[in-house]
Design a protein around this ligand. Sequence first.
Ligand code: F6R
Length: 625
Amino acid sequence: MKFCRSEQEQYEKIPVEIFADSSGATRQLAAEIAALIKERNGAGRPAVLGLATGSTPVPLYRELIRLHREEGLSFQQVVTFNLDEYYPVGDDHRESYHRFMAEQLFNHVDIPASNIHIPDGNVPRDSVFETCRNYETAIEAAGGIDLQVLGIGMTGHIGFNEPGSGRDSRTRLITLDRITRRDAARDFLGLENVPRYAITMGVGTILQARRIVLMAWGQGKAAIVARAVEGPASDAVSASFLQHHARAAFYIDQPAAAALTRIKHPWLVGAETWEPPEIRNAVCWLAGRLEKPVLKLLDEEYNENGMASLLAEQGPAYTLNIRIFNELQHTITGWPGGKPGADDTHRPERALPFPKRVLVFSPEPSDDAAGLGGTLDRLVSQGHDVQVVYQTSGNLAVPDSQAATFARFLLESARARSTGWEEQVRYGESLLKDLEEKGPFGVDSRRLRDLKGLIRRGEARESARILGLDPERLIFLDLPFYEAGRYRRFSLTGADTAAIGMVLDRCQPHQIYATGKLADPSSVPAQCFNALAEALRQRENHSWRQTCTGWLYSAHDRQLEPHQIGMAVPLSPDQLSRKLQAIGKHPSQQTQFAQTGEPDQQTARRYDRLGLAEYEAIEAFERWF
Ligand code: F6R
């Protein structure tokens, strides 16, 4: 079915509501769910909800719990069907969706246990087919699903309907996609622990719900959201089949909307107001599309590609091209802290004061090296006073095998001493005992988390040395939200903001680097960013704040588009290889992230193709303030 509400949305085949942030979206959806429950209950019937797990619905469940506690919303007459469950996993597995739902919603509302349905990930293989069939029958017996809540995976899956899942597929056992397993690796504390299979409702099962709302947050989801909404409906992206549903909608935040045509290329859908960032965006897009450098774009090429109004307003092409070329050119600097003694009219960063006090905020140790290792190298060698602030300890991301290696080493060296090391021996033994007792999926003891944190501190120090940074200049905040939490279940408190605030007050920085602004709101970088943003907001009137500049980097997420770049710091082949060496000093993270220079090299290639100088690699920054 072709859906179109306005000229701007002409490419969108599913209604999309874009919200400033996830809380606006979840408030609206929670209100719709509350109204549905009341309406159905008023008619003497239960409301039947289809529920999802993962990071995306967490804020929705928090809001439903709030409605239950503060506004008396009752779940007594609510029946739920969850989309999926890993297979094989027991209900009490730390990462099972049974456990997730209990912790995130069911334990906090008055829903009777008998009303809850989640596929059983624990049945023997030869009963799976029957279990799936029974699940379908139970949905039918409940009268079908009134409202289905969905998230979307990086493969475009809804439920666990991975690419290849048919439009009419039903509840069944599926093999998880490689990308889906990689995305779950952190939760399962290592890829090797992620189950290979899952039981999921089929696309056909989902489409039978009377109303469907898919939510998505963060820039990581932008590309797949655009494919699902604007691309062809096909089994390559199972969410695209929602185009066939009369009452499906996407509720997404602004970062997740970034790749929709109306946001990314608004001039193609009738937007006629040309603001400076949009002009740069349009010119870079045209150059990319025609595979031409900016300075060679012609009048007729602007006209033929929906930019006649731009040309009329700001043309001819020759003038426009030069202007944009210069803007891009002026983003390039080998002096990220400003170049002393040089005219800084067209430089991204001011020359004075020199040297600058620079604070680099890194959500976990290793984000700094991956995101701005080359820039750090330059800042230090150019004489700035640089401190790196590791906001969290990153201890959740250390595999047990690494902790075991350290514990064994400690034990062995302590035992090698004849006397006086008994306490160390006991400590080593207790670490190994903790590891054994908790098993691969158990919760780490405080002792283990501390050890894992120390491992990451050690790695951060080695990495800093490679970049010329004195390890004494590293600040480890171990923010409490992280120490008290688990992936997808973090919540910030004033203590987090206060800890960051103290560092700001002590340093009074001239320049700040941060990341996480557009990340999935439940992720560690997003929480860290929010805590920093709040601490800065509280200091809006401090005198140092008036001249401080803020730059955003991307650590492991999507690279910036050329038109978003405010500062482009070129890396020589040597600097790139030092950066990779610095990243390589984080062995505990080796299975988590690709450790290549590819993202920075790609940015350099894009600049080159636009007709700018050809560099080995470029680290890109967006101006924050
Ligand atoms: C969860 C589910 C999945 C997730 C999707 C997004 O029950 O079926 O489709 O909705 O993988 O996961 P998050 O929200 O963690 O990004």
